[in-house]
Design a protein around this ligand. Structure first.
Ligand code: CP
Ligand code: NVA
Length: 316
């Protein structure tokens, strides 16, 4: 909600700080969000108060299901002294055809930040264009930047910093992969992406990564890609909304499963944004192995998003 208590001097119109893609932050901004995330994580573990969003409210619009995103954002707002309102697909007038641009302007009059999980990335851009509060991408078909914040926080915790870390993505060049590629480029993590032909990162993602001086190495050979990796990351082969392509995709991704055979000879950490489809992109043993850091990643959603929300809403 915008407030202007000064009745004599009109405030200049400030465009809201949206987070639709990872590079909506600068590399320095990304670093400072990750630092604040570590601070919040420490403060939570030592029960130090950090009510930096006291009295603030977030609306959460979901067109798709969620466990981690919904619960980590809602819990994060509570821990920061604020409040979050869950709005599922049947909870608002969007379900009865009210345009996003009208929803966006109405919500802007009530809340301090809007988080949205939508199918079409263009819809998220429209929501943001009409909002006068920050809009945060809780996942679209093209991007999952909040996941990347948690992923980079996890890598930082594992290695101390990003220098000399080599990550490999194996599987679908999907929304999670695209945001991870941009985040790695911004943070200075070397990334190799192994996908079947036709399922790679889109050109725009590769160009954005290259603009930070760190384009990913692209291959169709998962064995070679994981050989020297410090971290190996995968995600589902059939994302939400792609159910009709299931048979075609399962056939295309044969040989790309993270399992003991593929990872033999490496001691890389294993990452997955979750939910995992055991038996498809990863086997049960690998998710449950000593090298798996998937629960650390999932927890870090909470800390990273608290830092993001404070930064966007309070502007520090
Ligand atoms: N990783 C992630 O976004 O999980 P959810 O779909 O459960 O939110
Ligand atoms: N790529 C997956 C990520 C789920 C968090 C999907 O979009 O369904």
């Amino acid at each position: 909600m915008s407030t202007n208590t000064d009745t004599t001097t009109p405030m200049p119109a400030q465009p809201p700080n949206h987070f639709l893609t990872v590079d909506d932050l600068s590399p320095a901004g990304l670093e400072s969000v990750l630092d604040l995330a570590s601070t919040y994580k420490h403060q939570l573990s030592t029960a130090e108060p950090h009510a930096d969003l006291a009295g603030k409210t977030m609306a959460m619009l979901f067109e798709k299901p969620s466990t981690r995103t919904r619960v980590s954002f809602e819990t994060g707002m509570t821990q920061l002294g604020g409040h979050a309102i869950f709005l599922g697909p049947d909870d608002t007038q969007l379900g009865r055809g009210e345009p996003l641009k009208d929803t966006s302007r109405a919500l802007s009059g009530y809340v301090d930040v809007i988080m949205a999980r939508l199918f079409d990335h263009a819809d998220l851009e429209e929501l943001a264009a009409y909002a006068d509060v920050p809009v945060v991408n809780g996942l679209t078909d093209d991007a999952h930047p909040c996941q990347t914040l948690a992923d980079l926080l996890t890598i930082k915790e594992l290695f101390g910093d990003f220098d000399d870390v080599s990550a490999t993505w194996v599987g679908d060049g999907n929304n999670v992969a695209q945001s991870f590629a941009i985040g790695c480029a911004m943070a200075g993590v070397d990334l190799t992406v192994a996908t079947p032909e036709g399922y790679g990162l889109d050109e725009e993602t590769i160009e954005t990564a290259a603009s930070f001086g760190n384009a990913p190495t692209v291959t169709t050979d998962p064995e070679a890609a994981v050989a020297d990796a410090d971290v190996v990351y995968t995600d589902v082969w059939v994302s939400m909304g792609e159910e009709a392509e299931r048979d075609e995709k399962l056939a295309a991704f044969d040989g790309y499963q993270l399992n003991g055979d593929l990872l033999a000879g490496t001691d890389a950490y294993v990452m997955h944004c979750l939910p995992a489809h055991r038996g498809e992109e990863v086997d049960d043993e690998t998710v449950e192995s000593e090298n798996s850091v998937v629960w650390q990643q999932a927890e870090n959603r909470l800390h990273a998003q608290k830092a993001l929300l404070s930064t966007l809403v309070n502007g520090y």
